[in-house]
Design a protein around this ligand. Structure first.
Ligand code: GDP
Ligand code: MN
Length: 378
């Protein structure tokens, strides 16, 4: 899960990281009243899960409440990288002298967390990595040792930070590392860390990505999670406890096991079809889950056919077949459904399906061919 800038900054504040004074606003009027509270020039920043907001016109200065209202009206409702802006952060504008980058992420290849510091802040680190990789000082962390003061100094020197920044940067990096560990992050960034005209450091942006598998350990973030579901079908699927990702095609895909479902997507694509989704019912799914899965896939009105690919291990074929039959009974299904069922109790499952409108397939490939043909026919 990604946090929005203001949500990440709320966490930073808890950890004593200096951030500009400000709050989130959902309307131009609200933005104006926050600007009035602050009583200085403010910056109005689009809150969407995307970088490069400045370039896209999503970050604007406003010298008084009226201007804040006007720029908020421009920014709220605009689209940045396909994401609609629904809220803005209104905060005291920073007097920016220099911009640095601080970040921590997981380096899977090294099986370590990696800390990065750069003097080239304010732009996306991927761009710096491409154009000027030497400008990023990096250090892999030993989990038993953590992040020590001497390592912080070493990183600062390597990144060529000026003495004013070197002095204060350590506190930011330590807090960032604590946030990274405490919140089970896969990424925690301050970009830019701003050096102001009067020599102070302040976190002007936050980017935090949390490991979804650890979210249950952070009930305080549950509200952010609900808010961040942009896709209503994905939101509904997750509420139902299904592992579902919406794609752009028209063939609904349901299988058991992530690997099998991904392979099914590939095979359908190779047969000339366009998958509409990824849906993994997991291992040992009961009939009810199967019914729910069909219902969820059909929430997407682009779906013109469904391909079920079930390999029975702990999942039982007869259980899956019962789920399909009950779905047909409950839901008014107008699209063709192709079923490939093999493994545990496949014969019993297929026997149950006999006489139903479901189309059987002996192999994954045959199933893919059949569903593509049926969808193209209609
Ligand atoms: P991102 O590009 O989406 O990551 O958004 P950032 O929050 O990093 O802001 C992008 C850029 O906008 C910064 O690098 C600054 O140059 C500029 N910016 C952000 N906040 C302020 C501010 O308070 N004052 C001024 N002058 N510029 C700002
Ligand atoms: Mn940024």
């Amino acid at each position: 899960m990604k946090l929005l800038e203001y949500q990440g900054k709320e966490i930073f504040a808890k950890y004593g990281v200096p951030i500009p004074q400000g709050r989130v606003a959902f309307s131009p009027d609200e933005a104006a009243s926050i600007a009035a509270e602050i009583g200085k020039t403010v910056v109005v920043k689009a809150q969407v899960h995307a970088g490069g907001r400045g370039k896209a016109g999503g970050i604007k200065l406003a010298k008084d409440p009226d201007e804040a209202r006007a720029v908020a009206a421009q920014i709220i409702g605009m689209e940045i990288k396909g994401l609609k802006v629904e809220r803005v952060l209104v905060e005291e504008a920073a007097d920016i002298k220099e911009e640095y980058y601080l970040g921590i992420t997981t380096d899977r290849a090294a099986r370590r967390n990696i800390v990065m510091v750069s003097k080239e802040g304010g732009i996306e680190i991927e761009v710096v990595a491409e154009q000027n990789p030497a400008a990023i000082a990096k250090l892999h962390l030993d989990p038993a040792i953590g992040l020590q003061d001497f390592q912080i100094r070493q990183l600062g020197f390597e990144a060529n930070l000026p003495p004013t920044a070197l002095k204060g940067m350590g506190a930011f990096l330590k807090a960032l590392y604590k946030v990274y560990l405490d919140y089970d992050c896969s990424l925690a960034e301050i970009n830019p860390l701003v050096l102001t005209g009067d020599g102070k450091l302040i976190a002007a942006d936050s980017k935090i990505v949390l490991d979804d598998n650890a979210l249950f350990r952070h009930p305080d973030l549950a509200q952010f999670q609900e808010e961040q579901e942009d896709d209503p079908i994905e939101a509904e699927a997750h509420k139902r406890g299904l592992t579902y990702v919406r794609l752009e095609g028209d063939i609904g895909i349901i299988g058991n096991g992530a690997g099998l479902v991904m392979t099914t997507l590939d095979v359908v694509q190779r047969e000339g079809g366009r998958p509409a989704n990824f849906l993994d019912i997991g291992g040992g799914a009961k009939a009810e889950v199967v019914t729910q899965a069909i219902d969820t896939v059909l929430l997407d009105k682009n779906v013109k056919g469904i391909f079920f690919n079930i390999f029975g291990g702990i999942t039982r074929g007869d259980e899956v077949a019962k789920g399909m039959l009950s779905a047909i009974e409950i839901i008014d299904i107008k699209v063709p459904i192709v079923v490939r069922l093999t493994g545990t109790r496949a014969a019993e499952g297929l026997a149950l399906l006999e006489g139903s409108p479901l189309v059987g397939a002996a192999t994954m490939q045959e199933g893919a061919q059949k569903i593509v043909a049926l969808v193209n026919q209609n």
